[in-house]
Design a protein around this ligand. Structure first.
Ligand code: PLP
Length: 443
């Protein structure tokens, strides 16, 4: 009997005892190939020597000093590096302990930006359906992940919603991609106008949608249109890159591929690559200048913000990504991984779509490829795939409710940037076996 409140209270997970490279081992002697980086976290695999060395060194130097009293070298260096590597004037960094905390930080920073100018009426965030921004109450309210929200609905602030940019599901066959994108932007504009532009603080969106819908990239021009609408109506754009950022899509920031600059960028997961709990918000110059020249302080803070060991780990991750040219590796390996998946599953009767960017890939499962009809959610196909994958020694991140929070299943793949071609081929092969077993068990 465990004293931990595990995610599944009826079935505790295996006990992980060691991990290196792409392999995680449990106490029963099983080993698992990590094809999802946990939940798109472990971008350098497990036990990377450079990251471990940086953490050890920092522990010996200074394990903790509260940020109300001191700053520290690794946090300063990490912030400088993130800012230098970010496009435009995204020059200011707030370091926290994870993605949800970073999202809360971005929401409050955006609100205070307007409060500093006496614009206290603004209280509304607009966000998309089928999105996830974290599990704390503010972030959960922003997210459009229905099954995660449902039990807590009465506690959540009201968030006007627009459709996700989800071409495979929602673009009618006879509509051009440009017209589809335009219709989404008109919908966002209508929602801003309906809410009243002077009441809106920001529009929040994952640049590439992660776990909720399975690595769904935006259509060309979508975020340029978002930027233009936000400028037109004087509201901010918050890009949630907790899952898709930090190189996962082949560029350090996923929005770099969109030709538009958000006001605030939210980071987590791959920032510390699992070695330490860390998240961050990047803010543009006008945001921080207004606070500096106004009240002089961002009214926020956490005990573990800017933690020296977390910052040292994240800094080492950044250095390894640059030294080993891992952004290039993500692009090259991502293309070959998608090719392998297309060869293995491209004609599979139940695989409707293989999508994504870099090493951030989603496979959507359908009962009928032509009509895109999903499987009956009662089958819990996604859960069967996860179980069967673990049984064949493979970690993937399947999820249900892909389409609307209830219907649809997908498998999210996010292997480490350090994966070799041979490892990606092995992942593809084990996934084939897991998918075959899962369909046999549920159908
Ligand atoms: N935003 C996105 C896009 C995420 O995928 C997640 C986590 O899955 C979060 C925010 C929340 O991050 P965390 O679980 O570190 O609180």
């Amino acid at each position: 009997m465990s004293n931990i409140i595990h995610r599944n209270l009826r079935r505790p997970p295996p006990l992980a005892v060691s991990a290196s490279g792409l392999t995680v081992r449990d106490s029963a002697g099983n080993s698992y190939l990590d094809a999802s980086g946990g939940a798109a976290v472990s971008s350098l695999g497990h036990g990377h020597p450079d990251v471990l060395a940086a953490m050890h060194a920092q522990i010996d130097r200074n394990a903790y000093a509260h940020t109300a009293f001191f700053t520290c070298e690794p946090a300063e260096e990490l912030a400088t590096r993130l800012a230098n590597d970010a496009p435009g004037d995204l020059d200011h960094v707030y370091l926290v302990s994870g993605g949800s905390e970073a999202m809360e930080t971005a929401l409050k920073l955006a609100r205070q930006y307007f409060v500093e100018a006496g614009d206290t009426e603004r209280s509304v965030f607009i966000a998309r359906r089928q999105s996830y921004h974290g599990n704390t109450l503010g972030a959960l309210a922003i997210g459009g992940n229905e099954w995660r929200r449902r039990p807590f609905e009465p506690l959540l602030m009201n968030v006007p919603r627009v459709s996700p940019c989800y071409e495979y599901r929602h673009r009618p066959k006879d509509q051009s991609v440009d017209d589809y994108t335009d219709s989404l932007l008109r919908e966002l504009e209508a929602r801003i106008l309906e809410t009243g532009p002077s009441r809106v603080i920001a529009f929040c969106a994952e640049t590439v949608v992660g776990a909720t819908a399975g690595a769904v990239p935006p259509t060309p021009g979508y975020f340029r249109g978002v930027r233009q609408l936000c400028d037109q109506y004087g509201i901010l754009w918050i890009a949630d890159e907790v899952m898709c950022g930090m190189g996962r899509t082949g560029t350090l920031y996923a929005f770099e591929q969109e030709g538009a600059l958000p006001d605030l960028v939210v980071l987590g997961k791959g920032l510390g690559a699992g070695y330490q709990p860390i998240g961050a918000v990047l803010a543009r110059e006008h945001i921080v200048t207004r606070l500096r020249e106004g009240s002089g302080a961002f009214q926020h803070g956490h005990t573990y913000m800017g933690h020296p060991i977390a910052a040292a780990a994240a800094l080492a991750v950044q250095k390894v990504i640059q030294r080993d040219n891992l952004l290039g590796a993500v692009t090259v390996r991502g293309a070959s991984f998608r090719r392998m998946l297309r060869e293995a599953f491209g004609e599979h009767p139940y695989v409707g779509d293989i999508r994504g960017r870099g090493l951030f890939i989603g496979m959507e499962l359908v009962k009928d490829r032509e009509s895109k009809e999903p499987f009956d959610p009662q089958l819990k196909l996604h859960a069967a795939i996860k179980d069967q994958a673990m049984a064949v020694g493979l970690m993937v991140y399947p999820m249900g409710g892909t389409i609307d929070g209830r219907l649809g299943d997908h498998i999210l793949l996010a292997p480490p940037f350090t994966s070799t071609e041979a490892e990606l081929a092995e992942i593809t092969s084990r996934l084939g076996e897991a998918v075959k077993r899962a369909f046999t068990s549920v159908l």
